[in-house]
Design a protein around this ligand. Structure first.
Ligand code: FES
Ligand SMILES: [Fe+2]
Length: 437
């Protein structure tokens, strides 16, 4: 089968979720070319701090250098290939030291010393040979403290790549009176036994919450109502869960905005602007920092999720970020982070923590129910029970302007259609190749 035949405007072939050869092509043509999120600058605050990650199939390390910059290097010793950082994170001191034969490297990757240099005399291995140094990612850039790297020297700039999706980071940082966030330095790491696309499609899938999350949303609403009746109001965290039980019509009235390159926004549907003393104190801080008009602009952006395709889901009003690191066609690692708004009241952070623990943590029923769907989805698509995946919902019923698709129904599968449009563009160089004979 030819790869071009796998993606149609209203349906895709199941093999794009299951075929290891297609997964390899995705790694080559998407992940190892585009800008990939590495982490937040505050993950590596001190000189020598590092965080390891995969970009596509490549083991990389993000490290804080002496000059204050953040480097992204291949986590590979130039001698015989051993990974230099074996841990997920840590501090490497003033240099990387290989555990095999003790070659050492500066924090920008340049070779620092090779022990017993005498044995190399007369060979072409000299310390000024670039092959003796760790290789750096072709490009590294950051936006408001969020660090990205691209393994390709060519292609759009980070700003061009992010496009409209950069609002994810603006919306998060603008809620801080000093315009900055810092990461809470512990993340949940979950291996999903499903293709990465299940996660990306699900984030803006407004059709599923009242079905999948009914068992959480309905009891939460019942208790929220009881607390309100007894005490006049209920803490915001009841609302986090009770909105999952919104009616189908309510979900259908929420819009998705789908940008080129597969990015997208699910507009806001939760009431996240209560009038309790903590919120009012926070708003007063923002007004003092930015003035009335800017504060209003910052707090009234209609956002629930922003997707940076193909790997990031940012819930900026609640300072949450989830990042995918695909491992195989049927296996995806996700990092689940949350952030503090610098300078904001502690109570605002506690709200973010509540959301993190109640909705995004792998220990919650919300996340567990989604994970179960995706695993069962993967199993179903690996079966011979059918060849196609349907994205027909409201097909032809969306509004497109300047390449941006606005859904007229919140439950439109415009989201998936837009993501596969981007997928096909990324994969264009591979589209002519025959994948399955
Ligand atoms: S493999 Fe790293 S020093 Fe030999
Ligand atoms: Fe869900």
């Amino acid at each position: 089968m030819n790869l071009t035949a796998l993606v149609e405007p209203d349906r895709v072939h199941r093999s794009v979720y299951t075929d290891p050869a297609i997964f390899d092509l995705e790694m080559e043509h998407i992940w190892e070319k585009t800008w990939v999120y590495c982490g937040h600058e505050s993950q590596v605050p001190k000189v020598g701090d590092y965080w390891t990650l995969q970009i596509g199939r490549q083991p990389m390390v993000m490290v804080r250098d002496h000059d204050g910059s953040v480097r992204v290097l291949y986590n590979r010793c130039p001698h015989r290939g051993v990974e230099l950082c074996g841990n997920q994170k840590g501090n490497t001191g003033r240099a990387f030291v290989c555990s095999y034969h003790a070659w050492t490297f500066h924090l920008d990757g340049r070779v620092r010393a090779i022990p017993l240099m005498k044995g190399y005399e007369g060979t072409r291995l000299t310390t000024d040979n670039p092959d003796c140094s760790m290789k750096a990612a072709a490009r590294v850039d950051s936006y408001r403290g969020f660090v990205f790297a691209s393994l390709s020297a060519e292609g759009p700039s980070l700003a061009e790549f992010l496009g409209e999706a950069k609002v994810a980071f603006d919306d998060m940082c603008d809620r801080s009176p000093v315009g900055e966030v810092e990461v809470v330095p512990v993340c949940h790491r979950v291996i999903q036994h499903s293709n990465w696309k299940f996660f990306m499609e699900n984030q803006l899938d407004a059709l599923h919450p009242s079905v999948t999350h009914q068992s959480t949303g309905v009891p939460a609403r019942r208790i929220e109502n009881r607390v309100k009746a007894e005490q006049g109001s209920a803490p915001l965290f009841f609302h986090y869960l009770s909105t999952f039980a919104s009616s189908f019509d309510q979900w259908d009235s929420v819009q998705t905005v789908n940008f080129p390159k597969g990015h997208g926004i699910l507009k806001g549907y939760m009431g996240l602007r209560p009038t309790d003393p903590d919120t009012l104190e926070h708003e007063a801080q923002l007004k003092a920092a930015y003035g009335e008009a800017k504060t209003e602009e910052y707090l009234s952006r209609s956002i629930h999720h922003v997707l940076v395709y193909p790997y990031l889901s940012v819930q900026s009003p609640l300072q949450q970020l989830r990042c995918l690191r695909p491992m195989a066609a049927n296996k995806t690692l996700s990092e689940i982070w949350h952030f503090r708004l610098k300078g904001a009241p502690e109570a605002i952070y506690r709200r973010s923590l509540w959301y993190y623990n109640l909705v995004n943590s792998p220990a919650t029923m919300i996340n567990a129910d989604d994970l179960e769907n995706w695993t069962k989805g993967q199993w179903g698509l690996e079966s011979k029970g059918g060849e196609w995946v349907s994205f027909h919902r409201n097909y032809g019923g969306d509004t497109e302007r300047d390449g941006v698709i606005y859904s007229n129904n919140g439950t439109s599968e415009a989201v998936m259609r837009s993501q596969f449009r981007a997928w096909a563009e990324y994969m264009a160089p591979a589209l002519a190749q025959t994948v399955v004979a």
